[in-house]
Design a binder for this molecule. Structure first.
Ligand code: ADP
Length: 427
């Protein structure tokens, strides 16, 4: 008996993600994630979607790293050379990071293909990297894993720094401001990080930039990491050779960046002041590579703060629900009154309802406690005239939270509330 041979469908079925994105080809796989091209159904915009498997990351204890990556990218949203993250979505088993598409791929692949770069092109990438890192550092974030695999290119060839999974946010520091987790990739990692001493993340990034500039100009790294101990000794002893085609100025900068002593090592901001670095900045051959002046960065921040901070209020940015943990009660509201007005009102409400009222030293934070339960209200002025407050349970047990304290406070605050945010999901 003859069976008809099954024919493949004319158009392979497309995968639609959460009714919003049509998933396209696989761009690459990382250790815990897959990255696909995707198209927004609503806007037709092409994006990259990183799909993270919650089960695998939970097993490997990767959750903090993922949260850190999202949090860092969210805080660095404004810089043209930092890969933007548009949206975060999650299901029970997966997390989807919807990001800007870097259609030009990794700079690493470019070097593998072309061998090495000519100095003007290498400088242009270096300028963009320096601009992005200076921005990060001013925001109190160090990248900690600068290497060519984490430097992507968009379709115009502009550099996009990605992979903030190892980045250090200021709150992860020890009391003296130093970091102590060894991380990164050995060939690009500063000796003090390898030695697992407390280190300054900003200076560690400087070292990696030195290795990177060497790599862009040479096509290989100054230290070979196949013998770890030997490599470490060579780093300490400045034991590497410049290829003959490196210019005098490039040698000087790399030499100063690859200073084994972080205290005397050149900072990225200092490099930005050198003649070599400034060359070609005004009339750039490679698109938007111009190092942002302080002034421009300042403007960029204040112009965009409203949009950015309002985005951060939307539930798409609420990272607390990414991993399934019991979330304590939390809500936010925009206020009709000033920060001081919110603080005063919360204090009055607390006293009226019989809470112990604690005003924190920051003056815009008030704690209300009763028994084991504590509710905290913090108000900030996002831009002039726009005051947003967050109210959350910071201590207490579930049964107590279910009692009427929460709704009593909510009702009493109503007078100063312009609009509640996330009320439906968070209350
Ligand atoms: P890793 O585990 O190394 O951090 P990722 O999971 O971040 O890797 O990324 C996997 C691959 O997808 C890499 O090859 C990277 O170049 C590529 N990739 C990641 N993000 C983007 C993006 N926004 N646009 C284009 N390619 C990307």
């Amino acid at each position: 008996m003859d069976f008809p041979t099954p024919q493949p469908p004319a158009n392979p079925p497309t995968t639609i993600l959460l009714d919003k994105y049509e998933l396209g080809r696989l761009l690459g796989s990382g250790s815990f994630a897959k990255v696909h091209v995707a198209r927004s159904i609503e806007t037709n915009q092409l994006v990259a979607i990183k799909t993270i498997d919650k089960k695998r990351t939970a097993k490997a204890g990767m959750e903090p790293r993922i949260i850190r990556e999202i949090e860092a990218m969210r805080r660095l949203h404004h810089h043209p050379n930092i890969l933007k993250i548009h949206e975060v979505m999650a299901t029970k088993t997966k997390i989807y990071l919807v990001m800007e598409l870097a259609a030009g791929g990794e700079i690493f692949t470019k070097i593998l293909r072309s061998g090495r770069l000519q100095e003007p092109e290498a400088r242009c990438y270096f300028q963009q990297l320096a601009s992005a890192l200076t921005f990060c550092h001013r925001e109190g974030i160090s990248h900690r894993d600068v290497k060519p695999e984490n430097l992507l290119l968009d379709k115009e060839g502009n550099l996009k720094v990605s992979d903030f999974g190892l980045s250090a946010l200021p709150e992860n520091r020890t009391s003296n401001g130093m970091l102590h987790t060894a991380c990164g990739t050995p060939a690009y990692t500063a000796p003090e990080v390898i030695a697992q001493r407390d280190y300054d993340g900003v200076k560690a990034d400087s070292w990696s930039c030195g290795v990177l500039l060497f790599f862009l100009l040479a096509g290989y790294t100054p230290f070979d990491d196949s013998h770890f101990v030997i490599m470490y000794r060579k780093m300490q002893g400045r034991d590497y050779k410049f290829p003959r085609w490196f210019s005098k100025q490039a040698r000087f900068i790399i030499y100063r960046l690859l200073d084994p002593n972080p205290a005397t090592r050149m900072s990225i901001e200092d490099v930005s002041e050198t003649k070599w670095f400034k060359k070609g900045l005004e009339v750039s051959e490679f698109g938007s590579s111009v190092l942002d002046s302080d002034e421009r960065l300042g403007r960029m921040r204040s112009d965009t703060i409203t949009a950015f901070d309002l985005i951060s209020l939307s539930s798409a940015w609420d990272l607390s629900g990414l991993f399934e943990r019991r979330e304590r009660k939390r809500t936010r509201f925009t206020a009709r009154v000033s920060v001081e007005g919110v603080v005063e009102k919360v204090k009055t409400v607390g006293e009226k309802l019989g809470f112990r009222v604690d005003e924190k030293s920051e003056a815009r934070v008030v704690g209300l406690s009763k028994g084991r339960m504590m509710v905290m209200v913090e108000a900030v002025e996002l831009v002039e005239g726009l005051v947003v407050a967050e109210m959350k349970v910071v201590e207490g047990v579930e049964e107590e939270e279910d009692e009427s304290y929460w709704s009593e406070i909510v009702v009493e605050l109503e007078e100063i509330v312009f609009a509640w945010h996330n009320e439906a999901t968070l209350q």
